[in-house]
Design a protein around this ligand. Structure first.
Ligand code: AMP
Ligand code: GLY
Length: 412
Protein backbone atom coordinates (compact mmCIF):
# COMPACT_ATOMS: atom_id res chain seq x y z
CA UNK A 1 0.00 0.00 0.00
CA UNK A 2 1.16 3.56 -0.76
CA UNK A 3 0.33 6.22 1.83
CA UNK A 4 0.77 10.00 1.72
CA UNK A 5 0.92 11.90 5.00
CA UNK A 6 0.04 15.60 4.72
CA UNK A 7 1.93 17.89 7.11
CA UNK A 8 5.38 18.98 8.16
CA UNK A 9 5.93 18.41 11.88
CA UNK A 10 6.96 15.87 14.51
CA UNK A 11 3.51 14.28 14.47
CA UNK A 12 3.83 13.61 10.76
CA UNK A 13 7.36 12.23 11.27
CA UNK A 14 5.99 9.80 13.88
CA UNK A 15 3.02 8.86 11.66
CA UNK A 16 5.37 8.20 8.73
CA UNK A 17 7.74 6.10 10.85
CA UNK A 18 4.86 3.89 12.05
CA UNK A 19 3.16 3.65 8.64
CA UNK A 20 6.50 2.78 6.99
CA UNK A 21 6.59 -0.51 8.91
CA UNK A 22 3.88 -1.87 6.59
CA UNK A 23 3.49 0.62 3.70
CA UNK A 24 5.37 2.83 1.23
CA UNK A 25 5.20 6.33 2.68
CA UNK A 26 5.68 9.89 1.48
CA UNK A 27 5.19 13.03 3.57
CA UNK A 28 4.09 16.22 1.85
CA UNK A 29 5.62 18.71 2.30
CA UNK A 30 7.44 17.19 5.27
CA UNK A 31 10.62 18.91 6.39
CA UNK A 32 14.38 18.41 5.90
CA UNK A 33 14.52 16.17 8.99
CA UNK A 34 11.84 13.72 7.78
CA UNK A 35 13.39 11.16 5.40
CA UNK A 36 10.15 10.48 3.45
CA UNK A 37 9.53 14.14 2.52
CA UNK A 38 8.45 15.21 -0.96
CA UNK A 39 7.72 18.68 -2.29
CA UNK A 40 5.04 17.32 -4.65
CA UNK A 41 1.53 18.37 -3.62
CA UNK A 42 -0.79 15.66 -2.36
CA UNK A 43 -3.12 16.06 -5.36
CA UNK A 44 -0.30 14.82 -7.64
CA UNK A 45 0.68 11.78 -5.60
CA UNK A 46 -0.39 8.34 -6.76
CA UNK A 47 -1.26 6.71 -3.41
CA UNK A 48 -3.89 4.39 -1.98
CA UNK A 49 -4.49 6.42 1.18
CA UNK A 50 -4.02 10.03 2.30
CA UNK A 51 -3.60 10.73 6.03
CA UNK A 52 -4.05 14.40 6.86
CA UNK A 53 -1.96 15.51 9.86
CA UNK A 54 -2.82 19.10 10.86
CA UNK A 55 -6.19 20.69 11.61
CA UNK A 56 -5.99 23.71 9.30
CA UNK A 57 -6.27 21.82 5.98
CA UNK A 58 -9.07 19.68 7.45
CA UNK A 59 -11.02 22.77 8.55
CA UNK A 60 -10.37 24.20 5.07
CA UNK A 61 -11.93 21.14 3.40
CA UNK A 62 -8.86 19.28 2.04
CA UNK A 63 -10.43 15.88 2.85
CA UNK A 64 -13.62 16.85 0.97
CA UNK A 65 -11.65 17.96 -2.09
CA UNK A 66 -9.61 14.75 -2.16
CA UNK A 67 -12.68 12.55 -1.64
CA UNK A 68 -14.36 14.37 -4.53
CA UNK A 69 -11.46 13.08 -6.68
CA UNK A 70 -12.19 9.56 -5.50
CA UNK A 71 -9.31 9.39 -2.99
CA UNK A 72 -9.37 7.34 0.18
CA UNK A 73 -8.74 9.87 2.99
CA UNK A 74 -8.19 9.50 6.72
CA UNK A 75 -9.42 12.78 8.22
CA UNK A 76 -12.85 14.39 8.56
CA UNK A 77 -14.46 16.73 6.05
CA UNK A 78 -14.88 20.42 6.80
CA UNK A 79 -18.23 19.66 8.48
CA UNK A 80 -16.77 17.34 11.16
CA UNK A 81 -13.58 19.40 11.45
CA UNK A 82 -15.68 22.21 12.94
CA UNK A 83 -15.36 20.30 16.22
CA UNK A 84 -11.90 21.85 16.37
CA UNK A 85 -12.41 24.83 14.03
CA UNK A 86 -15.12 26.37 16.20
CA UNK A 87 -15.19 25.90 19.97
CA UNK A 88 -18.68 27.42 20.03
CA UNK A 89 -19.95 24.77 17.57
CA UNK A 90 -18.16 22.03 19.51
CA UNK A 91 -19.84 23.11 22.76
CA UNK A 92 -23.19 23.16 20.97
CA UNK A 93 -22.64 19.55 19.84
CA UNK A 94 -21.65 18.48 23.36
CA UNK A 95 -24.69 20.12 24.94
CA UNK A 96 -27.00 18.57 22.30
CA UNK A 97 -25.40 15.15 22.93
CA UNK A 98 -25.60 15.45 26.72
CA UNK A 99 -21.84 15.02 27.11
CA UNK A 100 -20.36 16.15 30.45
CA UNK A 101 -18.34 19.34 29.85
CA UNK A 102 -17.63 22.71 31.49
CA UNK A 103 -20.55 25.19 31.62
CA UNK A 104 -20.01 27.95 29.08
CA UNK A 105 -21.20 31.01 27.20
CA UNK A 106 -20.36 32.19 23.67
CA UNK A 107 -19.79 35.91 23.09
CA UNK A 108 -18.95 38.41 20.42
CA UNK A 109 -19.37 41.58 22.45
CA UNK A 110 -17.51 42.85 25.48
CA UNK A 111 -20.49 43.90 27.63
CA UNK A 112 -22.18 40.48 27.49
CA UNK A 113 -18.85 38.71 28.12
CA UNK A 114 -18.18 40.95 31.15
CA UNK A 115 -21.67 40.28 32.53
CA UNK A 116 -20.98 36.52 32.24
CA UNK A 117 -17.61 36.88 34.00
CA UNK A 118 -19.51 38.57 36.87
CA UNK A 119 -21.52 35.38 37.39
CA UNK A 120 -18.47 33.10 37.56
CA UNK A 121 -16.47 31.56 40.38
CA UNK A 122 -12.78 32.17 40.90
CA UNK A 123 -11.30 30.44 37.83
CA UNK A 124 -11.88 32.03 34.42
CA UNK A 125 -11.28 30.19 31.17
CA UNK A 126 -11.31 32.26 27.96
CA UNK A 127 -10.97 30.54 24.56
CA UNK A 128 -10.87 31.80 21.01
CA UNK A 129 -13.71 30.31 18.96
CA UNK A 130 -11.34 29.76 16.01
CA UNK A 131 -7.97 28.05 15.56
CA UNK A 132 -5.00 29.53 17.42
CA UNK A 133 -2.33 26.78 17.30
CA UNK A 134 -3.06 25.69 20.87
CA UNK A 135 -2.35 29.18 22.23
CA UNK A 136 -5.86 30.65 22.30
CA UNK A 137 -6.80 29.44 25.79
CA UNK A 138 -6.30 31.53 28.92
CA UNK A 139 -6.91 29.96 32.33
CA UNK A 140 -6.62 32.53 35.10
CA UNK A 141 -7.85 33.31 38.60
CA UNK A 142 -7.34 37.04 37.95
CA UNK A 143 -10.55 38.82 37.04
CA UNK A 144 -8.48 41.75 35.65
CA UNK A 145 -6.53 39.40 33.37
CA UNK A 146 -9.78 37.79 32.22
CA UNK A 147 -11.28 41.21 31.37
CA UNK A 148 -8.14 42.27 29.51
CA UNK A 149 -8.19 39.02 27.50
CA UNK A 150 -11.85 39.51 26.58
CA UNK A 151 -10.99 42.91 25.10
CA UNK A 152 -7.81 41.73 23.32
CA UNK A 153 -9.52 38.66 21.87
CA UNK A 154 -12.73 40.36 20.72
CA UNK A 155 -10.93 43.34 19.15
CA UNK A 156 -8.92 40.96 16.94
CA UNK A 157 -5.70 42.45 18.39
CA UNK A 158 -4.47 39.20 19.89
CA UNK A 159 -5.64 36.37 17.59
CA UNK A 160 -7.13 38.11 14.53
CA UNK A 161 -10.49 36.78 13.39
CA UNK A 162 -10.07 33.58 15.45
CA UNK A 163 -10.72 35.62 18.61
CA UNK A 164 -13.57 37.85 17.43
CA UNK A 165 -15.90 35.30 18.93
CA UNK A 166 -14.97 33.65 22.22
CA UNK A 167 -16.11 30.96 24.58
CA UNK A 168 -15.92 31.56 28.32
CA UNK A 169 -15.95 28.40 30.38
CA UNK A 170 -16.37 27.40 33.97
CA UNK A 171 -12.93 26.46 35.35
CA UNK A 172 -12.59 22.74 36.03
CA UNK A 173 -9.88 21.05 38.04
CA UNK A 174 -8.35 17.61 37.95
CA UNK A 175 -5.78 15.60 36.04
CA UNK A 176 -6.05 15.68 32.26
CA UNK A 177 -5.80 12.80 29.85
CA UNK A 178 -5.79 12.65 26.07
CA UNK A 179 -7.77 9.79 24.53
CA UNK A 180 -7.37 9.53 20.77
CA UNK A 181 -10.12 7.49 19.16
CA UNK A 182 -10.07 6.24 15.56
CA UNK A 183 -13.45 6.53 13.88
CA UNK A 184 -14.81 5.16 10.58
CA UNK A 185 -18.09 7.07 10.78
CA UNK A 186 -19.76 4.38 12.93
CA UNK A 187 -17.28 2.45 15.01
CA UNK A 188 -14.84 3.78 17.61
CA UNK A 189 -11.42 2.26 18.31
CA UNK A 190 -9.53 3.92 21.17
CA UNK A 191 -5.76 4.25 21.22
CA UNK A 192 -3.90 4.03 24.53
CA UNK A 193 -4.37 7.00 26.89
CA UNK A 194 -1.62 9.64 26.88
CA UNK A 195 -0.76 12.59 29.06
CA UNK A 196 0.26 15.92 27.54
CA UNK A 197 1.96 18.93 29.18
CA UNK A 198 0.35 22.13 27.89
CA UNK A 199 2.17 24.89 29.77
CA UNK A 200 5.55 26.05 28.51
CA UNK A 201 7.42 25.97 31.82
CA UNK A 202 8.57 23.30 34.25
CA UNK A 203 6.04 22.87 37.07
CA UNK A 204 3.13 23.94 34.82
CA UNK A 205 4.16 27.57 34.66
CA UNK A 206 3.81 30.14 31.88
CA UNK A 207 1.43 30.27 28.95
CA UNK A 208 -0.27 27.38 27.15
CA UNK A 209 1.50 25.89 24.15
CA UNK A 210 0.68 23.21 21.59
CA UNK A 211 2.24 20.71 24.05
CA UNK A 212 5.72 20.46 25.57
CA UNK A 213 5.90 16.74 26.21
CA UNK A 214 3.87 13.60 26.70
CA UNK A 215 3.91 10.08 28.01
CA UNK A 216 1.94 6.87 27.60
CA UNK A 217 0.53 4.74 29.18
CA UNK A 218 -1.01 6.87 31.96
CA UNK A 219 -0.94 5.12 35.34
CA UNK A 220 -4.37 5.28 36.93
CA UNK A 221 -6.32 5.56 33.68
CA UNK A 222 -7.79 2.07 33.55
CA UNK A 223 -9.58 0.33 30.71
CA UNK A 224 -12.81 0.82 32.71
CA UNK A 225 -12.20 4.59 32.63
CA UNK A 226 -11.58 4.43 28.89
CA UNK A 227 -14.90 2.59 28.48
CA UNK A 228 -16.62 5.24 30.60
CA UNK A 229 -15.19 8.02 28.41
CA UNK A 230 -16.34 6.19 25.27
CA UNK A 231 -19.83 5.60 26.73
CA UNK A 232 -20.44 9.06 28.17
CA UNK A 233 -18.50 11.30 25.80
CA UNK A 234 -17.13 10.01 22.51
CA UNK A 235 -20.02 7.67 21.63
CA UNK A 236 -22.74 10.30 22.22
CA UNK A 237 -20.66 12.87 20.29
CA UNK A 238 -20.38 10.53 17.30
CA UNK A 239 -24.13 9.87 17.37
CA UNK A 240 -24.83 13.61 17.46
CA UNK A 241 -22.52 14.08 14.45
CA UNK A 242 -24.39 11.29 12.63
CA UNK A 243 -27.71 12.96 13.52
CA UNK A 244 -26.37 16.12 11.86
CA UNK A 245 -25.52 14.11 8.74
CA UNK A 246 -21.75 14.11 9.35
CA UNK A 247 -19.78 10.99 8.34
CA UNK A 248 -16.71 11.37 10.56
CA UNK A 249 -13.71 9.33 9.37
CA UNK A 250 -10.58 10.28 11.23
CA UNK A 251 -9.32 10.74 14.77
CA UNK A 252 -11.47 12.15 17.53
CA UNK A 253 -8.86 13.49 19.92
CA UNK A 254 -10.70 13.79 23.20
CA UNK A 255 -9.17 16.04 25.85
CA UNK A 256 -10.62 14.93 29.17
CA UNK A 257 -10.38 16.38 32.66
CA UNK A 258 -10.88 13.82 35.43
CA UNK A 259 -12.90 16.07 37.76
CA UNK A 260 -14.24 15.06 41.17
CA UNK A 261 -17.66 14.83 39.41
CA UNK A 262 -16.33 12.39 36.77
CA UNK A 263 -14.63 12.77 33.39
CA UNK A 264 -15.56 15.92 31.45
CA UNK A 265 -14.62 16.86 27.90
CA UNK A 266 -12.31 19.87 27.72
CA UNK A 267 -11.76 19.82 23.97
CA UNK A 268 -12.00 17.85 20.77
CA UNK A 269 -9.32 17.96 18.13
CA UNK A 270 -9.95 16.42 14.73
CA UNK A 271 -6.45 15.05 14.17
CA UNK A 272 -3.71 13.16 15.95
CA UNK A 273 -2.35 14.97 19.01
CA UNK A 274 1.02 16.61 18.86
CA UNK A 275 3.10 15.46 20.78
CA UNK A 276 0.81 12.60 21.95
CA UNK A 277 1.29 10.81 18.61
CA UNK A 278 5.02 10.76 19.24
CA UNK A 279 4.47 8.56 22.33
CA UNK A 280 1.49 6.54 21.08
CA UNK A 281 2.77 5.29 17.75
CA UNK A 282 6.15 3.98 18.97
CA UNK A 283 4.04 1.71 21.26
CA UNK A 284 1.53 0.74 18.54
CA UNK A 285 1.69 -2.97 17.85
CA UNK A 286 -0.50 -3.43 14.76
CA UNK A 287 -0.62 -2.41 11.10
CA UNK A 288 -1.41 1.31 11.21
CA UNK A 289 -1.74 1.69 7.44
CA UNK A 290 -4.39 -1.06 7.35
CA UNK A 291 -6.31 0.40 10.32
CA UNK A 292 -6.39 3.92 8.88
CA UNK A 293 -7.34 2.65 5.42
CA UNK A 294 -10.23 0.67 6.91
CA UNK A 295 -11.39 3.80 8.78
CA UNK A 296 -11.06 5.93 5.63
CA UNK A 297 -13.22 3.39 3.78
CA UNK A 298 -15.90 3.37 6.52
CA UNK A 299 -15.36 -0.27 7.50
CA UNK A 300 -12.95 -0.67 10.40
CA UNK A 301 -12.42 -4.30 11.46
CA UNK A 302 -9.06 -4.12 13.26
CA UNK A 303 -8.52 -3.02 16.86
CA UNK A 304 -5.62 -0.96 18.10
CA UNK A 305 -3.12 -2.87 20.19
CA UNK A 306 -0.13 -1.49 22.07
CA UNK A 307 2.95 -3.11 23.48
CA UNK A 308 3.66 -2.99 27.21
CA UNK A 309 6.55 -0.55 26.97
CA UNK A 310 6.25 3.05 28.09
CA UNK A 311 7.10 6.03 25.89
CA UNK A 312 8.05 9.57 26.87
CA UNK A 313 8.61 12.52 24.57
CA UNK A 314 10.27 15.81 25.49
CA UNK A 315 9.83 18.81 23.19
CA UNK A 316 12.90 20.95 22.56
CA UNK A 317 11.69 24.46 21.71
CA UNK A 318 13.18 27.62 20.27
CA UNK A 319 13.96 30.67 22.37
CA UNK A 320 10.80 32.71 22.79
CA UNK A 321 8.27 29.90 22.14
CA UNK A 322 5.23 30.25 22.42
CA UNK A 323 5.86 33.96 21.69
CA UNK A 324 8.16 35.61 19.17
CA UNK A 325 10.79 33.08 18.06
CA UNK A 326 14.51 33.04 17.45
CA UNK A 327 15.17 30.61 14.56
CA UNK A 328 17.88 29.74 12.02
CA UNK A 329 20.38 28.26 14.49
CA UNK A 330 22.21 25.02 13.65
CA UNK A 331 20.97 22.07 15.73
CA UNK A 332 23.91 20.35 17.42
CA UNK A 333 24.10 16.90 19.00
CA UNK A 334 21.34 15.19 17.04
CA UNK A 335 23.37 12.12 16.06
CA UNK A 336 24.55 11.58 19.63
CA UNK A 337 20.98 11.93 20.91
CA UNK A 338 19.71 9.39 18.37
CA UNK A 339 22.39 6.93 19.49
CA UNK A 340 20.96 6.74 23.04
CA UNK A 341 19.35 3.27 23.37
CA UNK A 342 15.56 3.41 22.91
CA UNK A 343 15.59 6.99 21.61
CA UNK A 344 14.08 8.35 18.39
CA UNK A 345 14.13 12.05 17.56
CA UNK A 346 11.23 13.34 15.48
CA UNK A 347 11.89 16.50 13.46
CA UNK A 348 9.20 19.16 13.97
CA UNK A 349 10.19 22.81 13.33
CA UNK A 350 13.41 22.21 11.42
CA UNK A 351 14.81 23.60 8.18
CA UNK A 352 17.98 23.10 6.14
CA UNK A 353 20.87 25.51 6.69
CA UNK A 354 23.20 26.73 3.92
CA UNK A 355 25.56 23.78 4.47
CA UNK A 356 22.68 21.27 4.46
CA UNK A 357 22.76 20.88 8.24
CA UNK A 358 19.46 21.06 10.12
CA UNK A 359 18.60 24.43 11.66
CA UNK A 360 15.79 25.59 13.90
CA UNK A 361 12.80 26.82 11.90
CA UNK A 362 9.82 26.81 14.26
CA UNK A 363 8.71 26.95 17.87
CA UNK A 364 8.65 23.27 18.74
CA UNK A 365 11.80 22.06 16.98
CA UNK A 366 12.45 18.46 18.04
CA UNK A 367 10.51 15.74 19.83
CA UNK A 368 12.90 13.50 21.71
CA UNK A 369 11.11 10.21 22.32
CA UNK A 370 12.32 7.25 24.34
CA UNK A 371 10.73 3.82 24.69
CA UNK A 372 11.64 1.63 27.67
CA UNK A 373 10.03 -0.93 29.98
CA UNK A 374 8.94 1.71 32.52
CA UNK A 375 7.96 5.40 32.38
CA UNK A 376 10.86 6.29 34.69
CA UNK A 377 13.37 4.54 32.41
CA UNK A 378 11.86 6.13 29.29
CA UNK A 379 11.96 9.57 30.88
CA UNK A 380 15.58 9.09 31.96
CA UNK A 381 16.60 8.02 28.45
CA UNK A 382 14.74 10.92 26.84
CA UNK A 383 16.48 13.41 29.14
CA UNK A 384 19.88 11.82 28.50
CA UNK A 385 19.28 12.47 24.80
CA UNK A 386 17.90 15.99 25.38
CA UNK A 387 21.08 16.76 27.31
CA UNK A 388 23.11 16.12 24.14
CA UNK A 389 21.14 18.52 21.94
CA UNK A 390 21.90 22.19 21.86
CA UNK A 391 21.38 25.49 20.06
CA UNK A 392 21.28 29.03 21.44
CA UNK A 393 18.17 29.59 23.53
CA UNK A 394 16.90 26.01 23.31
CA UNK A 395 14.51 25.17 26.12
CA UNK A 396 12.69 22.06 27.29
CA UNK A 397 10.56 21.33 30.31
CA UNK A 398 12.51 19.40 32.93
CA UNK A 399 9.55 17.54 34.45
CA UNK A 400 8.06 15.43 31.66
CA UNK A 401 7.08 12.11 33.24
CA UNK A 402 9.38 12.82 36.17
CA UNK A 403 6.94 12.44 39.02
CA UNK A 404 7.59 14.14 42.34
CA UNK A 405 11.08 15.31 41.39
CA UNK A 406 11.92 18.99 41.61
CA UNK A 407 13.69 20.00 38.47
CA UNK A 408 15.26 23.04 36.94
CA UNK A 409 14.42 24.00 33.40
CA UNK A 410 16.68 22.77 30.59
CA UNK A 411 17.96 25.89 28.85
CA UNK A 412 21.01 26.47 26.73
P1 AMP B 1 -7.97 23.39 25.10
O1 AMP B 1 -7.15 23.92 23.94
O2 AMP B 1 -9.43 23.73 25.01
O3 AMP B 1 -7.68 21.96 25.39
O4 AMP B 1 -7.37 24.10 26.40
C1 AMP B 1 -5.98 24.07 26.68
C2 AMP B 1 -5.77 23.75 28.13
O5 AMP B 1 -6.40 24.74 28.95
C3 AMP B 1 -6.35 22.43 28.58
O6 AMP B 1 -5.51 21.36 28.33
C4 AMP B 1 -6.53 22.68 30.06
O7 AMP B 1 -5.29 22.52 30.75
C5 AMP B 1 -6.90 24.13 30.12
N1 AMP B 1 -8.37 24.25 30.13
C6 AMP B 1 -9.19 24.30 29.07
N2 AMP B 1 -10.47 24.38 29.45
C7 AMP B 1 -10.47 24.40 30.79
C8 AMP B 1 -11.51 24.48 31.79
N3 AMP B 1 -12.79 24.60 31.46
N4 AMP B 1 -11.12 24.47 33.08
C9 AMP B 1 -9.81 24.38 33.43
N5 AMP B 1 -8.81 24.31 32.55
C10 AMP B 1 -9.12 24.31 31.24
N1 GLY C 1 -1.07 18.21 22.38
C1 GLY C 1 -2.28 18.90 22.18
C2 GLY C 1 -2.75 18.95 20.83
O1 GLY C 1 -2.34 18.21 19.96
O2 GLY C 1 -3.62 19.77 20.58
Amino acid sequence: MKVAVVGSGGREHALAACLARTADVVVTPGNPGIPWSTSRPVEELDVDLVVVGPETPLVDGLADRLRAQGRSVFGPGADGAQLEGSKAWMKDVLVAAGVPTAGHGTFDDVAAAEAFLDTMGDLFVIKTDGLAAGKGVLVTSSRAEASAAVREYLSGERFGDAGRRLVIEEGLTGPEVSLLVICDGHRLVPLAPAQDYKRVGTGDTGPNTGGMGAYSPVPGVTSAMVEQILDTAVGPTLRELQRRGIDYRGVLYTGIMLTPAGPKVIEYNVRFGDPETQVLLPRFAGDLAALLQQAANGAMVDDATFNDDAAVTVVCASEGYPGALRTGDPILGLDAARAVPGVQVFAAGVGAGPDGRLVTAGGRVLNVTAVAPTIAQASAAAYTAVGMITWPGMHARADIARFGASNTEETR
